[in-house]
Design a protein around this ligand. Structure first.
Ligand code: NAD
Length: 439
């Protein structure tokens, strides 16, 4: 079976390479010529552990190829997975322009029956809107052209996307056509064999399930962050990690997403929570819990900046090292990264910044430009700094030689936004240590 994946980003490339690994013939297309050019040269444009190997393997076996000829790729396949971006528009309403234009391209290019699978995260009602739009577009063309739409939201996490693709918690298939649902089931047959739960449902339930999952996880993050703020305020022996562990051991709650920090970032949580809240308001409902989670999150990175200011007395002309720039470890994605928000706030307060990230330096440079000094490792970054901030919990930071870090700095302030160090150990190395929600 021939498949086309429209959008070769964090989702499209993983899905395309994964489907090729299932033995299907996949063409990944993108409007970004530079991206496709790199992929054709055998270079993977994003950092995602394990992805390069799967891409290489499937290109070598002739099952995976890359193209900017979208029209041809649409004509050559039966199934089109749409994995284009759905950015946040004004007021947080999802900007669906990439989705509409992908649908237009499909309707204008197709010459026979197609199944269009929406992988992108979209607000409830979008798939129905796409059907109407494609029907209208096709009505202007000669002959009867048939298609089916499937809502098949993606749940992979950057940093563990390969594992998530091959071992997902569930596959959701929203469909109005039994024929199309059966073909999708067939595409995912390798996952059926490992007993992945499949949910066959309506377009609308599938669309909402995606936003609901992200919003619920965002609630957990904001909850634990407020808990950490409370622990900070009561001081003494309240430790957010102990409280979170006690919470997480309750099987009704679970221990995941109960790690305090500077707030959630990345491409998905910030925009999807906003889009869900706006979608609710559009139909006269207010999703208050989600709106509260967003509000808490918008303030949380400021707590880190406040701690640096408190520790240094004032921020003006102080030198601060920011370690970790990606929105989480194991990815080079800096979209909505809380670390960059911290950098921007420190720059606005006239700090001088020295920054380091194991893989996200090039991406961060596109945002921070020449406003900061880019360093080749943590030790270079902290040199002569008044304070150091851990903003992303890369594993390699956990084993830093704290004595060496301290000796390289001119100050003694360590703000550990992700609580990767043992406070006693940091104190032993000579630091004034500010964690998140623990002494
Ligand atoms: P991305 O920005 O990395 O990739 C989107 C790609 O689509 C870009 O390369 C862009 O050039 C391309 N594109 C846009 N219009 C196109 C068109 N008409 N034809 C072909 N290509 C086109 O985005 P992403 O992170 O891969 O996310 C894609 C979707 O998946 C979003 O809706 C997102 O919310 C959802 N999602 C993302 C993740 C994640 O972790 N990144 C996880 C689950 C779901």
């Amino acid at each position: 079976m021939h498949i086309t994946v429209m959008g070769t980003g964090y989702v499209g490339l993983v899905v395309g390479a994964g489907l090729a690994d299932f033995g299907l013939m996949v063409t990944c297309v993108d409007i970004n010529q530079e991206k496709i050019g790199l992929l054709k040269e055998g270079k993977v444009p994003i950092f995602e552990p394990g992805l390069e190997e799967i891409v290489r393997r499937n290109v070598e076996r002739g099952r995976l190829c890359f193209s900017t000829d979208i029209k041809q790729a649409i004509r050559n396949c039966l199934v089109i997975f749409v994995a284009v971006g759905t950015d946040a528009g004004p007021d947080g309403i999802a900007d669906l322009s990439q989705i509409w234009s992908a649908a237009d391209q499909i309707a204008q290019s197709m010459e026979d029956y197609k199944i269009v699978v929406i992988k992108s995260s979209v607000p409830v009602g979008t798939t129905a809107g796409l059907e109407a739009r494609m029907q209208q577009s096709l009505s202007g063309r000669n002959g009867h052209l048939d298609f089916d739409l499937i809502s098949n939201p993606e749940f992979l996490r950057e940093g563990s996307a390969i594992e998530d693709f091959f071992h997902p918690d569930r596959i959701i298939v929203g469909s109005r056509s039994e024929r199309a649902a059966a073909i999708i089931k067939d595409i995912y047959r390798p996952l059926y064999l490992i007993e992945t739960p499949f949910m066959f449902t309506t377009w609308e339930s599938a669309e909402l399930a995606k936003y609901a999952a992200n919003a619920f996880l965002a609630l957990k993050v904001s909850f634990v962050n407020e808990l950490a703020n409370l622990c900070d305020a009561v001081g003494a022996n309240a430790d957010v990690h102990v409280v979170a562990r006690c919470l997480g051991l309750d099987r009704r709650i679970g221990g995941k997403f109960l790690h305090p920090g500077p707030g959630f970032g990345g491409y998905c949580f910030p925009k999807d929570t906003r889009a869900l809240a706006q979608a609710a308001r559009k139909v006269g409902e207010q999703f208050q819990t989600v709106e509260a989670a967003i509000e808490v999150n918008d303030r949380q990175f400021g707590r880190v900046v406040d701690k640096i200011e408190k520790g240094l007395g004032s921020l003006e002309d102080k030198a601060v090292a920011v370690l970790g720039l990606s929105f989480k470890p194991n990815t080079d994605d800096v979209r909505e990264s809380r670390s960059l928000k911290i950098c921007e706030a420190l720059l606005a307060a006239k700090c001088k910044l020295r920054v380091f990230d194991p893989v996200a330096m090039a991406q961060a440079r596109r945002v921070l430009n020449d406003a900061v000094t880019y360093c080749s490792d943590c030790y270079e970054a902290v040199t002569d700094c008044d304070a150091a901030v851990i903003a992303t919990e890369w594993n390699e930071f956990r084993n830093l030689d704290l004595e060496r870090v301290k000796q390289s700095m001119r100050g003694d302030l360590l703000v550990d936004a992700k609580n990767i160090f043992d406070p006693a150990r940091a104190k032993c190395a000579g630091f004034r240590y500010y964690g998140t929600g623990r002494r």
